[in-house]
Design a binder for this molecule. Structure first.
Ligand code: NAP
Length: 253
């Protein structure tokens, strides 16, 4: 492990949901590179999560993959109990797990609406709720919720997704107010268009159109998001809470 800022998260336990792939994977690798022990949560992608753990341990870091469907209230409670029994605390919670089921409102099924809200918003609630007692007791910690520029601006074809991500912003601000006096920082990161599985099925035309809406004229990388999460997870962000950090090439300004 090498580079500036290494070990700034030494002795910290980080839990990243949906960390087997995409943005979550990059966040897990970045936090581990900076000294944190990382719980790599996955739902279906066991092999991918195991690969993230291998990459971290081969680099001299520490990590463990644990399965949990975060949209399931009881399962996430058991997940949190398992983590706290073994690691005694969680210093950094990154609620990254998310799904899309895009369609125009006229064609959007109730099932597609519920599925997206269940993972993106209820999943975030479940993890914060089950860890809240531990955060309050330890009088410190960082909660970082991954929302989206769609939750800030809205997006045609994403009523369910935008509603879930706007909900995450409201949840972030409310919990930030509840936990501020306990020294727990709660912030959201709102990525713009990032190159992952979530966006890979966009047609070239759709990608061009999206790039046209981005002042910086290009999609972002998973590293762009992970670097913001790293900042919010560290002591440099101790006086920042209840904020939505847009990492979107200027899209939402
Ligand atoms: P992705 O590549 O599709 O990965 C989604 C991740 O979420 C996977 O690791 C998946 O785990 C996990 N997940 C889904 N449902 C889950 C559940 N019920 N329980 C636990 N984990 C679950 O997506 P991504 O682009 O990296 O997105 C990560 C986050 O960034 C999401 O919250 C997304 O909304 C947000 N975001 C992405 C973009 C973008 O342009 N890519 C833009 C704005 C915001 P399994 O594979 O194990 O199921």
């Amino acid at each position: 492990m090498e580079g500036a800022g290494i070990e700034m998260l030494e002795n910290k336990i980080a839990l990243v949901t949906g960390a087997g792939r995409g943005i979550g994977r990059e966040i897990a690798l970045t936090l581990a590179k900076n000294g944190a022990t990382v719980i790599v949560n996955y739902n279906g992608s066991k092999d991918a999560a195991d690969e993230v753990v291998s990459a971290i341990t081969q680099d001299g870091g520490s990590a463990e993959a644990i399965q949990c469907n975060v949209s399931d209230y009881a399962a996430s409670e058991t997940f949190v109990k398992t983590v706290l029994e073994k690691y005694k605390k969680v210093d950094i919670l990154v609620n990254n797990a998310g799904v899309t089921r895009d369609n125009l409102i006229m064609r959007m099924s109730e099932e597609d609406y519920d599925a997206v809200l269940d993972t993106n918003l209820k999943g975030t609630f479940n993890m914060i709720k089950h860890l809240s007692r531990s955060f309050i007791k330890q009088r410190g910690g960082k909660i970082i919720n991954i929302t989206s520029v769609s939750g800030v601006l809205g997006n045609a074809g994403q009523a369910n997704y935008s509603a879930s991500k706007a909900g995450v912003i409201g949840l972030t601000k409310s919990v930030a107010r509840e936990l501020a006096s306990r020294g727990v920082n709660v912030n959201a990161v709102a990525p713009g268009f990032i190159d992952t599985d979530m966006t890979k099925n966009m047609t070239e035309d759709a990608k061009k159109e999206a790039a046209g809406m981005i002042p910086m004229g290009r999609m972002g990388s998973t590293k762009d998001i992970a670097d913001m999460v790293l900042f919010l997870a560290g002591d440099s962000a101790n006086y920042i809470t209840g904020q939505v950090m847009c990492v979107d090439g200027g899209m939402s300004m």
